[in-house]
Design a binder for this molecule. Structure first.
Ligand SMILES: Nc1ncnc2c1ncn2[C@@H]1O[C@H](COP(=O)(O)OP(=O)(O)OP(=O)(O)O)[C@@H](O)[C@H]1O
Length: 290
């Protein structure tokens, strides 16, 4: 059984749903949630952290809905990795990490800093006296303090430059903790997530093994996201790679910007199995073969 799972979860703010009937399991090997700004990634992550209750459907923690679960056990098992800006600027970073530890274990701060590749002597510094990469390592040390089984990471490296980013990804890949990773950066999921789910306008449009999604996307939106990733030294992304599509209110939400849209797309496509993944597109076979 997977530790955490969303079953037909609809989420929103006030009465407005922004995530629609999403079902997904946090499976082994890392799970990526990919999508552009506003697609509902953070909203879904907040629900997985128990910070937002579903309007319908449930988040399952083991064999119980999260709303009925033992929250103390849940907080030990599942930890968020916030962006480094969330560190208290006035607090020495050693104390930030110590606060996350049970009182009896506060002597473990140095050990945790070492685990994330930091010199324990940095514990006396304040966040502004560290580099961006070092600050991000402190945040990871804090999340590891309670010995979680799953980390939920929201854009853990987006504020860092490319070489620092790569070292943080190496660190995360070496931890024996499961991860749910939220990002618009496909290179990050490629490194850390065996399985990925692509969200568009609050709906999963494609799910499957990350390597296959990137090598041969079956949804036009996944393909647009992939093509929008600039290659170092390569040509700029093509116009087709623009992904800031306005969602259609009816039918397939991507159809207004889809280069392959046909009249059938006025009927919303259901998720179906195509070539080893789940995809919500009437023309998935054509996308795969083109
Ligand atoms: N606190 C809130 N109150 C009302 N609407 C919200 C709130 N937070 C997010 N939204 C709306 O929910 C939708 C999904 O936002 P969400 O932050 O989940 O997207 P995202 O994919 O994580 O985007 P980003 O990458 O920019 O963080 C957006 O339309 C957003 O405006």
């Amino acid at each position: 059984m997977t530790m955490l799972r969303a079953e037909r979860v609809t989420l929103g703010y006030g009465r407005r749903p922004v995530v629609h009937e999403v079902s997904l399991d946090i499976t082994e090997g890392g799970v990526g949630l990919i999508g552009e700004s506003g697609s509902g990634k953070t909203t879904l992550a907040r629900a997985f952290l128990g910070l937002l209750s579903p309007m319908s459907g449930d988040i399952w923690y083991g064999d119980r809905p999260l709303r009925k679960a033992d929250l103390r056990a849940f907080r030990r098992d599942v930890q968020p990795v916030f962006q480094a800006e969330a560190l208290d600027p006035r607090m020495r970073v050693g104390r930030s990490v110590a606060e996350a530890l049970p009182r009896a274990a506060r002597s473990r701060v140095g050990e945790l800093l070492e685990q994330v590749g930091l010199d324990p002597a940095l514990a006396d510094r304040r966040p502004h006296q560290l580099s961006g990469g070092q600050r991000q390592r402190v945040v990871i040390a804090r999340a590891l303090a309670v010995g979680p089984r799953l980390l939920i990471l929201d854009e853990p490296t987006s504020a860092l430059d490319v070489t620092v980013q790569a070292r943080i990804l190496d660190l995360l890949a070496a931890l024996d903790t499961e991860r749910l990773l939220i990002t618009h950066n496909l290179a990050v999921v490629e490194r850390l997530c065996r399985t990925s789910h692509v969200l568009f306008a609050g709906r999963v449009v494609e799910s499957g093994p990350t390597a296959e999604l990137l090598a041969s996307p079956a949804h036009p939106y996944t393909r647009a996201l992939r093509d929008a990733v600039p290659k170092l030294g390569g040509p700029p992304p093509q116009a087709r790679g623009r992904t800031e599509a306005v969602p259609a209110a009816t039918g397939c939400p991507f159809r207004l910007r889809c280069p392959l849209a046909v009249p059938q797309c006025e009927q919303a496509p259901a998720l179906r199995d195509v070539d080893g993944r789940r995809v919500a597109c009437h023309r998935a076979e054509d996308v795969l073969s083109s």
